[in-house]
Design a protein around this ligand. Structure first.
Ligand SMILES: Cc1cc2nc3c(=O)[nH]c(=O)nc-3n(C[C@H](O)[C@H](O)[C@H](O)COP(=O)(O)O)c2cc1C
Length: 343
């Protein structure tokens, strides 16, 4: 299965721990546009995980490593011990993983204190050693990629780190265009991605701060990349992937223009219902669904004016209440959204 080809574009759904899990991947990939997804990271310490751990973490492994709509899922590992990473990569392969991604970008203090994620950006030799050990551990048709931030504090560190990841045998490199110190504060420094792409001979996936089609076009222009990854933008606008995929030729252009009011409850209601249907089918609790929907809308609210109706949903205690409130808001229009719709 070709994951990234140097001569055709790809759009990748970003890994987002605690946010883009299997139900969310199911929903976002069935809307179309994504070439493949990357799983949330699985932290590797001193243990070698059995198959059931990989299957619980990435349930798609039980369906040939694909979401129900047939989009492949790459398994991401995070850790600083090259031997353990290699042993677990092989276990992931045995559990059905058909591509492995290595996380060198997580900024979480807990993760970094335990020698994982972005703290490895301070040690290019270790990045090379980990990529190389994992590369040797899994059969050659299985791609091994690295996901990097620009550096720990210094953006120029990306040049050495990306080169070392390539020398370790990375099939491609995803670059989130910010340092760990920059966290998630805009802007993303896409020009560094463009420089790395020019310097190295392997595919580069550009990532960070693509929220709209216009952002995408600017990122494409600056980086001249063919491959892109979106995370939060795909949650804030569940149709963004389709729009980008049409722009880069992964999907055919639609002839009719479709104007959706991305901030309206009418837009979100069927999408959220579909999400609840997916979680119910996978036996997730109503509490899980309610929490995830609130988390999702809170993120979407960063870029869309959802306030007028999101506030009315915040107090709902379960998904039944939430969908009832949403129905009433849709029926009554924006003016009534400040009323209490819970009963
Ligand atoms: C809540 C959250 C969880 C994340 N979890 C992961 C993860 O598990 N692995 C990873 O490589 N990156 C993770 N990231 C980083 C994203 O994959 C992505 O690089 C970052 O959000 C920038 O892209 P965006 O602007 O398109 O969201 C996470 C980001 C957020 C906000």
């Amino acid at each position: 299965m070709p994951w990234i080809c140097s001569d055709s574009p790809a759009l990748v759904l970003a890994p987002m721990e605690g946010v883009i899990d299997a139900p969310m991947r199911t929903l976002l990939t069935e809307r179309g546009g994504f070439s493949f997804c990357v799983s949330e990271f699985l932290r590797v310490h001193h243990q070698i995980y059995p198959r059931r751990v990989f299957e619980a973490h990435v349930p798609e492994l039980k369906q040939e490593g694909k979401t129900p709509s047939g989009v492949p899922v790459q398994v991401q590992l995070l850790g600083g011990n090259e031997e353990q990473m290699a042993l677990n990569a092989f276990k992931a392969y045995e559990a059905g993983a058909r591509a492995i991604d290595l996380n060198f970008g997580c900024p979480s203090p807990v993760v970094n204190r335990h020698d994982g994620g972005a703290c490895l950006l301070k040690y290019p030799n270790r990045i090379q050693a980990i990529v190389s050990a994992v590369r040797k551990a899994v059969p050659h048709p299985i791609p091994v990629s690295a996901k990097l931030r620009l550096g720990w504090e210094c953006m120029d560190d990306i040049f050495m780190n990306a080169e070392r990841a390539m020398q370790g045998g990375a099939s491609w490199i995803t670059i989130h265009a910010r340092t760990k110190a920059q966290g998630y504060t805009p802007p993303a420094h896409w020009e560094y991605i463009g420089q790395v792409r020019k310097n190295l001979g392997i595919p580069i996936i550009a990532n960070g701060e693509i929220w709209t089609l216009d952002d995408f076009k600017r990122c494409q222009e600056i980086t001249q990349c063919q491959h892109f990854m979106v995370g939060r933008g795909a949650l804030a606008n569940p149709d963004l992937a389709q729009q980008i995929a049409m722009e880069i030729g992964i999907l055919p252009q639609k002839t009719e223009k479709c104007f959706t009011l991305i901030h309206s409850p009418e837009y979100w209601e069927p999408i959220l219902h579909r999400f609840a249907q997916i979680t119910e089918k996978s036996s997730f609790s109503s509490d899980y669904t309610t929490c995830r929907i609130k988390q999702w809308l809170k993120l979407a609210k960063l870029k869309n004016p959802l306030d007028y109706w999101f506030n009315a949903l915040k107090l709902c205690k379960n998904s039944k209440e939430l969908f009832l409130a949403l129905r009433k808001i849709s029926e009554n229009g924006s003016k009534s959204a400040f009323l209490d719709f819970r009963s």
